[in-house]
Design a protein around this ligand. Structure first.
Ligand code: ADP
Length: 326
């Protein structure tokens, strides 16, 4: 195994609050261990086109509290082709970068996995996504901040929902994962969460209406995870209008507000720990793993597991939500 003297770092796919804290942690921890760092801009696109700059500790000063990513992010079709990845590999060779740290979601780590296999190249992944949908880690960077943003928004909508005695469907992000919807619903005292994980088991809307909304309250809020399997909030509202016209239904789609903002303390700490651990992983000779956290301990999850397996929803949370919304 050759010694790693210089690493490259990039952020890819959807941005998430805490990515900057992760960039800072990786950079500082690498320099602390005598490893050079190069920042790669615009994700895999910048790796192909060579948008690369040496990073010193001051390049990551004053960013721990900033949302988004100073390295910018992008989606890159070219990286999904063999030719594109070959160009990326040539850039890494010519820049003298011996290993990569990739911060991103499911798609970005899939790309990392493909590239690492193809060129036998060392890559460490960090889970950076608000969706919390990566297998093998209890939490992903950005999830806690997004959950807090959802909580604040839903609290505000609650004021108008109760004044007008309406049924509100609030659509949250999640891309085929119900973590934000389910925990957001518990945190805001919602009547229910409609999530993709159980879409094929039961008709969640029918169950909700048939069980009746909470009698002690004059407003009803349901969080809906955006996903083709839930149909999303608009489609569910259409169904209510047609099938249960007695309800006055309204829809709010929270959208990109969920991705922004200064990261929460939890996300900053998580990103700092995972970022530092990414360098430990490389020094230990780990390759092609995502660094995650489980029961408050750092774990290394092979890319194959992190991206290929569905992370199950905790059924106890569903039960808690049901019990508390009587
Ligand atoms: P996220 O990382 O947030 O899930 P995307 O799914 O958009 O975001 O993926 C980000 C980028 O990762 C894509 O634009 C592409 O460059 C790369 N990528 C995704 N899937 C693959 C794949 N199967 N092979 C190679 N690259 C991929």
């Amino acid at each position: 195994m050759s010694v790693i003297k210089c690493i490259g770092i990039l952020t890819s796919g959807g941005d998430a609050p805490g990515m900057n804290a992760a960039i800072r942690a990786v950079t500082r921890s690498a320099i602390y261990n005598g490893i050079e760092v190069k920042g790669i801009y615009h994700g895999y696109r910048g790796l192909i086109s060579g948008e690369i700059k040496p990073f010193k500790t001051e390049n990551v000063s004053n960013i721990i509290q900033q949302g988004g990513t100073i390295l910018k992010t992008a989606r890159c079709k070219e990286f999904q082709t063999t030719e594109g990845r070959k160009l990326a590999y040539e850039t890494l060779r010519s820049e003298g970068i011996d290993a990569l740290v990739v911060i991103g979601g499911d798609g970005s780590l899939t790309g990392a996995r493909v590239f690492a296999q193809e060129f036998d190249y060392p890559i460490i992944g960090l889970p950076g996504t608000i969706d919390n949908d990566l297998y093998g880690t209890d939490l992903t960077i950005g999830y806690d901040t997004a959950l807090n943003t959802i909580m604040e928004a839903v609290d505000k909508i609650r004021d108008t929902a109760s004044s007008h005695e309406r049924l509100f469907f609030i659509e949250v992000m999640g891309r085929d994962a119900g973590f934000l919807a389910l925990n957001g619903a518990i945190a805001t005292g919602c009547e229910a969460a409609i999530i993709p994980e159980i879409s094929t088991e039961i008709d969640q809307l029918k169950e909700l209406v048939e069980n009746g909304f909470r009698k002690s309250k004059n407003s009803s809020i349901v969080l809906v995870a955006e996903s083709p399997t839930t149909g999303g909030a608009m489609q569910l509202a259409e169904r209510v209008k047609n099938e249960y016209p007695q309800y006055d239904v309204r829809v709010t789609i929270l959208g990109h507000i969920q991705r922004g903002g200064s990261p929460s303390a939890q996300d900053r700490i998580l990103a700092s720990r995972l970022g530092a651990a990414a360098i430990d992983a490389l020094l230990e000779g780990q390759r092609n793993v995502m660094v995650g956290i489980r029961n408050d301990e750092i774990v290394y999850v092979p890319f194959s597991k992190a991206v290929k397996q569905d992370k199950p929803i905790n059924r106890e949370l569903l039960d808690t939500l049901r019990r508390l919304s009587i």
